[in-house]
Design a protein around this ligand. Structure first.
Ligand code: PEP
Length: 247
């Protein structure tokens, strides 16, 4: 099983209006040759328009969440099928802001992963420990527990990525040291190999949490880091390009 292609995905979170499409257009226009797969995950309101703007650009469009059901009486929710219909090809699932702000459990994340697979979306499944959990020495147990609980067996044979996002590093400017990142990524790889056999080697393990142009090269070249999930720095084309070019 060969190493997966590096994936750099931008998570716009609840940021962006129609005017932000120009930023994505600027990114696509300046991207040039890159060995990485590049994706932007805008809010659901922009998925369709972004997919239109980025047609044939090589930049993929993802969503930030989906419902576990395909359709029905779920006011305010969006299904994986609807996101795929709007032009998304990937979906972030289990982001810590969903786990903490919306009470999402590993079991719910796993159900959403199954929904994404049914709709043909590639899931990017997020895991990560809080600062208290890290201080208590529980980071590896928490993260590998989330990997085991959030990744259903149905993923076997499908494209997916795991994003290690320490909760305390998201939007804070703090990052773990490179050896700390490598320790967690190696533990995730071991869990993937245990769950999916040799195919687990082909899963990209992204790092996320305060990635910026100035720290991207070191993080992206660390052992077992197969890309980045980028929040704040993905909102500006120049910053996001700086990260992509570091891959
Ligand atoms: C994220 O929310 O996925 C993230 C990594 O955010 P930031 O890069 O802003 O820390």
């Amino acid at each position: 099983m060969t190493k997966p292609q590096v994936l750099i995905a931008g998570n716009w979170k609840m940021n962006g209006l129609g005017a932000s499409l120009a930023e994505a257009n600027a990114l696509a226009g300046s991207l040039g040759q890159t060995t990485a797969r590049v994706a932007i995950c805008p809010p659901a309101t922009l998925v369709q328009r972004l997919a239109e703007v980025l047609t044939d650009s090589g930049v993929l469009v993802g969503a930030q969440d989906c419902h576990a059901e395909a359709s029905g009486a779920f006011t305010g929710d969006t299904s994986a099928e609807q996101l795929a219909d709007a032009g998304a090809t990937l979906v972030i699932l289990g982001h810590s802001e969903r786990r903490s702000g919306h009470g999402e459990s590993d079991a719910l994340v796993a159900a959403k992963v199954q929904a994404a697979l049914r709709a043909g979306l590639e899931p990017i499944v997020c895991v990560g420990e809080t600062l208290d959990q890290r201080k208590a020495g529980d980071a590896l147990a928490i993260v590998t527990g989330q990997v085991r609980g959030s990744l259903p067996r149905e993923l076997a044979g499908n494209a997916f990525a795991v994003a290690y996002e320490p909760v305390w590093a998201i939007g804070t400017g703090l990052t773990p040291t490179t050896p700390e990142i490598e320790e967690v990524h190696r533990a995730i790889r071991a869990a993937l190999l245990e769950m999916f056999g040799d195919a687990g080697r082909g899963v990209a393990i992204l790092y996320g949490g305060s990635v910026k142009p100035s720290n991207a090269a070191e993080i992206l070249h660390a052992d077992e880091v197969g890309g980045a999930l980028v929040g704040g720095a993905s909102l500006k084309a120049d910053d996001f390009l700086g990260i992509i070019r570091a891959a």
